[in-house]
Each structure stands twice: as C-alpha cells, then as structure tokens.
Design a protein around this ligand. Structure first.
Ligand code: GDP
Length: 635
C-alpha cells in the first residue's frame, strides 16, 4: 500500500477509534485557542508532540502512531501545509486548541477563516535559520487581524544557535509587516522541542515545557463568548468521513451544542440551507476526536449530521435569522480535464485506470474539499475539475498517482465570466505577493509585466529582501512558478490570492516553439536521439519506451516535427541497438507534473501514471492530428 492511501485509512480509523470511547463533557475548563505559524522543518511537529506528551493528553500506554500535525509527503516536498489540522491539549484546568496554518496561498482565502478561530499565535522559528520569507504571508494576515504573537525560538540546543539575534530579527520582521506596539511587545521563549524544554533565555537549559504552557495561558486572551445566547457556529473547514458524512469544524460563537439537537444552517447571504439533527459533536483531543455530550461557546469542535452545509455557512439554533459574517470561499479560477489514460501504455503502471474509478475518486475529493468542483462530461470518460490554482490541482494529481491512478490531463483553462450588463468578458485577477533578494526584482517585474501583471507596491521587507505586490490575471500566472524559481535561483517566495474578476487584459504570448513527436512505438535508441539533438531539447533518454504521438522533446522551430527516435542512419563506430553507452547525450529536460501541465498546448495531454509523466499529442495518429489541425484553422 502506498503512503497516501495508508494515510487516508489511518485518518478514517482515527475517527472510528475515538467513537468507541465514552462521551465526555468539557465543563468548567478555561479555553485558549491559538494558531501555530512556522516554516517547514523548524520543529512544529516536534513541539506539538512534546506538548501533547507533557500535558498527559496521551495516556501512558498509548503509543503515538502518527506524529501530531505531520504533513504528508506532498506538503513537505512543496514546503506547504494543505489541510489545517487542529489538535488540543489540556494543561491543568485549561484546554488549549492548537490550529495549524496553511503555508501557501493557493489556499489563501482559508488562512483568514482559520485565523479567525483563534485569539493568539505561536510563531515558531529556528534559532539558527531565523525567520523564513514563506511564513510572512500568514504572519501579515495574523498581525492584521490584531492577534498578538508569542515567539518561540526553537532548537537552541544546537551549537550554531543564535537565539537573541533571531529574536531581534523577529522584531524587525513584525515591524516591517506593520505590527502595532502591542504586537511588537511580544514575549519570547527559547526552546528545544527535541529535548522537551522551554526557557526564558537561550543559555539556560529548561526543565520542561511549563514556561510555554504558562505563557499561552497568561498572554493569549480567553475567547470572548456568550454562553447564554442561542447556539451559533461558523464552519471553517469541511472533511468527509465515510461513516459520519460531512464533518464540519468551527469555533462556537455562542451557546451550546449537543448531539440530537436540531439546528439549521444559513448561507452567507442568510438563505436557509437545511434543518437537521446533530448526530455527533466531536472535540479534538490529542490526535483523536472524542465525542462530546456537549460543547460550549469558544471551543473549536466539529459536528456531523448536516448534509449540504459547507465552509463559510453558519450552523445555528433554528431561531437565528442572521448568519455570522464570513469571507466568501474563493471562487474556482482554473479548470483542467481529467480523463482516462488511453495511451498504448495504459494500465502498465497503475491499478486504477477505469473511468468509474476515476469518477469515484474525484467525486470523493469534491465532497470533502470545498475548493474543488467536479463535473462530468457526458459519455466522454472525462471530468472537468476546477480549483483555485494550478498548485492545488497538481497536488490532487500527485496524490492520485501515488494511490495508483493513471489519467490524462489537459492544459489548464482559466474560467472566464461575463459582465451581465455589458456582456464584457471578465477574467480572474490575483494579488501576487513576492519576496525576493533585491538583485532579482528587475527580472521578476519584467517577467510579470509580459504576463500582464501590474506592479502595485514595492518595499523592503527585511533581510535585504524586497516585497513586490502585483495584480495579475490568473491566465498569466499559469506555469510562472517554475520560471520564477529558476529566475530567483530558488530563493524567491510567491504567494497568490484571488482578488477579483476584472476586464480581460488581452492576449498573453504563449509557448513559441513546437514539439518533437515520435512516429513509432518502441524503445528510444541512443544514436537516434543523438541525431535529433540539433533539432531541439529532448525530454527522454536512451532506452526509454515511446509511442507514436508521444512528445519526446521541444522543437527549436515554431512547428511540430515528426521524428523517429527508434532508429536513424547509423553512424560508423556506434553500436547498433540497445542502450548505446558510447554515445554522450545531453541530459534530457526533466518535466515535473506542474511543469508538464503548464507546458502543454490545447491539442496536447499529460499522461500521468504512478511511475512516469509523459507528454503526448491528444490525437496519437498523425492523420487524425492533421484533420484536427485543419478543423481548428477552419473554425
Ligand atoms: P516541522 O516541519 O516544523 O513539523 O518540523 P519537525 O518537527 O518535523 O522537525 C524538523 C527536524 O528538526 C526534525 O529532524 C527534528 O528532530 C528537528 N528538531 C525539532 N526540534 C528540534 C530542537 O529543538 N532541536 C534540535 N536539535 N532539533 C530539532
């Protein structure tokens, strides 16, 4: 079983295990709700684990099977957290809910909703690395919401720690992000999450995490709540559980909720969506969810029993007429078509290849993920999947291939709208916030102007970096992330957030070159590839399997060129077949999933299997391809 299906199963069983325990009531406990902001690898998981252990939230005989808040591989590779996870620890008489924050803003709208559940933030930072620009986006949001930070400088056990310096850097960073005086007067603790202690100074080894627990209780305000008012809660996240149905998480704004209670749900606009009975109230406890007999205002909990309510809706007592104010769910701005893999190599890597399997998996995703919508193209074995950005869709594709799916993916399309009165074409515009070293600003500004971005603001953002803010059509951003990383030698950080639908900004230059297309099915021969090298850049190496209609490289001219990578006029002193070791080929260009999807043209597809990513022409047969090309010219 691969990693991600194991995780799905583990996640399922977490809920089931916990349901077998007896129900509880969380009465008379103080509450604190905090979010944790940290760069990947600075020790967030280790810290939360140690808080769970030291607060006795884990029973002694309970083995910690999954690390708290552990991100899945995908998130780790991309340096982002996708799902906001919540955990909870009880310390003396205080229940502390800890919410993880997403680190990337393809998921931008979510950040605000998540931060609106908490009353304080822990900013965790590595004592030698210092603040990393990736966390600035979430930090800016947190500071804007008026949340007061507690800084935890972690890993001070390491000899290269520079705790005080990092503390100063955090001050400068907050100040550059317009923190107010109260926020700038933040408390700092120095910790070794690994050794299990926190201390007031980096020099003094602490005993345990008591200073941090105390600081949270003392510094973070308890939630402002109204226990006597009728029940109301804003839904912040949605998950789908096969046994419970929709599991809706949020913070209770007022009143109390109990299983069997009748509630209604209201949209942001105040329409009644459904009236239903709560079947479960679940509290987060450590890594599990415990059923509760009741939960009260201020607590972050999940409820089950509603079938059409989603994120940004209000669940409330049936007498309530007004929904809680919420930022709307960011609209889908981009769509790709997922279809079955019909290449000649279909089914050779994956075990999930039928249209039925693809459909079930995508529908399941849409049910538990507000940011994704799936529509079926009738009779075509194809599904249109729309979401908030390429990254989000690429994450879904990557997850699916790791689960054993094979599929074909089309070029992403931006979702346009029409202005109802004037009939004008509108396109999604995003706010793009970029942090880069000063030397790269010129290049970035130039690249984004070509993509119809307009620079809104430019200012120093600490540590010799500049912060550039653009408004740019989503259309122009397709495929830019890869270029941006190359352009900034991997040091730049880019965050994107939906801004508005605006007037169509005019054509943006597309890929200017054609591709090299294989004419034959078979194994690529080194000497054939060698002969093709002066035609363009190759995407495959010697010995790789190819088929007719597969894209094997980029042509150095504007048109597509049909080539034969299997054989070519044999040069003297080259061996005739197999992997010809003697030939010194230029290494092929490596296509990641994100890069491939952004690269292809409308008449091309990406073939995704658990093992390979191939680019291909939509029509594999040369004659069909010609026919299709004629049709599009005529059209
Ligand atoms: P996350 O990505 O923020 O969740 O980071 P992890 O908790 O997974 O920690 C990343 C790495 O840093 C792991 O190898 C940890 O063992 C290590 N680490 C975490 N906290 C400390 C610490 O206080 N001191 C030292 N020396 N290493 C730490």
């Amino acid at each position: 079983m691969n990693q991600s299906s194991r995780q799905t199963i583990k996640r399922k069983s977490l809920i089931i295990n916990s349901l077998q325990q007896s129900s509880k009531v969380h009465k008379n406990m103080e509450l604190r709700n905090i979010a944790i902001i940290a760069h990947v690898d600075h020790g967030k998981t280790t810290l939360v684990d140690v808080l769970l252990k030291q607060s006795g939230t884990f029973r002694d005989n309970q083995k910690i099977q999954e690390r708290a808040m552990d991100s899945n591989d995908l998130e780790r590779e991309r340096g982002i957290t996708i799902l906001a996870k919540c955990t909870s620890v009880n310390w003396n008489d205080t229940r502390i809910n800890i919410v993880d924050t997403p680190g990337h803003a393809d998921f931008g709208g979510e950040v605000e909703r998540i931060l609106s559940m908490v009353d304080g933030v822990l900013v965790l930072v590595d004592a030698s690395e210092g603040a990393m620009p990736q966390t600035k986006f979430v930090l800016t949001k947190a500071l804007k919401l008026g949340l007061r930070p507690i800084v935890v400088v972690n890993k001070v056990d390491k000899p290269e720690q520079r705790g005080y310096e990092v503390q100063d850097e955090m001050f400068d960073l907050f100040s550059s992000l317009d923190a107010n005086d109260e926020q700038l007067d933040f408390p700092t603790l120095f910790s070794s999450a690994k050794m299990g202690w926190a201390s007031e100074t980096p020099e003094k080894v602490g005993d345990d995490m008591t200073p941090l627990f105390e600081k949270i209780v003392e510094h973070v305000p308890s939630p402002i709540i109204d226990n006597d008012a009728p029940f109301q809660m804003l839904v912040t996240t949605l998950e789908y559980d096969p046994y419970l149905g929709r599991v809706l998480t949020g913070r209770i704004t007022s009143g109390e909720v109990k299983p069997n209670m009748t509630v209604k749900s209201l949209s942001r606009k105040g329409e009644v969506l459904e009236q239903s009975r709560i079947t479960k109230v679940l509290a987060f406890e450590g890594l599990e969810r415990t059923p509760l007999e009741s939960a009260r205002a201020g607590d972050i909990i999940a409820v089950a029993g509603l079938s059409s309510t989603t994120v940004a809706d209000t669940i409330a007592d049936p007498n309530i007429k007004q929904p809680i104010e919420a930022s709307p769910i960011d609209p889908s701005t981009i769509a790709v078509t997922f279809s079955i893999n019909d290449s000649p190599f279909a089914g050779s890597d994956g075990d999930k290849v039928t249209s039925r399997m693809l459909r079930d998996r995508l529908m399941r995703e849409a049910e538990g993920n507000v940011a994704i919508k799936v529509t079926e193209a009738p009779g075509k074995d194809a599904f249109e999947v729309s979401g908030r950005g390429e990254l989000q869709l690429a994450v879904l594709m990557e997850q699916m291939r790791r689960e054993g799916y094979e599929m074909s993916i089309s070029r992403p399309r931006v979702l346009f709208q029409t202005e109802p009165d004037t009939g004008q074409r509108l396109e999604p515009i995003e706010e793009v916030v970029i942090d880069v070293d000063e030397e790269y600003t010129g290049g970035v500004v130039e690249a984004l102007s070509l993509r119809k971005g307009s620079l809104q603001d430019m200012r120093p953002s600490g540590g010799g970096k500049q912060r550039l803010t653009f408004l740019c059509p989503s259309r122009g951003l397709i495929g830019y992330h890869g270029d941006f990383m190359t352009q900034t030698r991997g040091t730049g950080v880019m965050n994107r957030l939906f801004d508005s639908y605006g007037a169509f900004k005019g054509p943006i230059p597309a890929r200017r070159t054609g591709v090299l297309v294989s004419l034959e099915k078979g194994r690529a021969a080194g000497y054939a590839l060698f002969n093709l090298e002066d035609r363009g850049l190759l995407m495959i190496g010697a010995g790789e399997d190819v088929y007719g209609g597969m894209i094997i490289g980029e042509h150095n001219k504007g048109n597509d060129l049909e080539v034969n990578p299997l054989k070519a006029k044999q040069l003297t002193n080259f061996r005739a077949s197999g992997k010809d070791d003697a030939i010194d080929l230029t290494p092929p260009i490596k296509m990641t999933l994100e890069k491939a999807v952004a690269y292809i043209a409308d008449d091309e597809l990406v073939e995704v299997t658990p093992k390979v990513i191939r680019l291909r022409k939509r029509y594999l047969d040369m004659h069909e391809r010609k026919k299709y090309a004629r049709q599009t010219i005529d059209a």
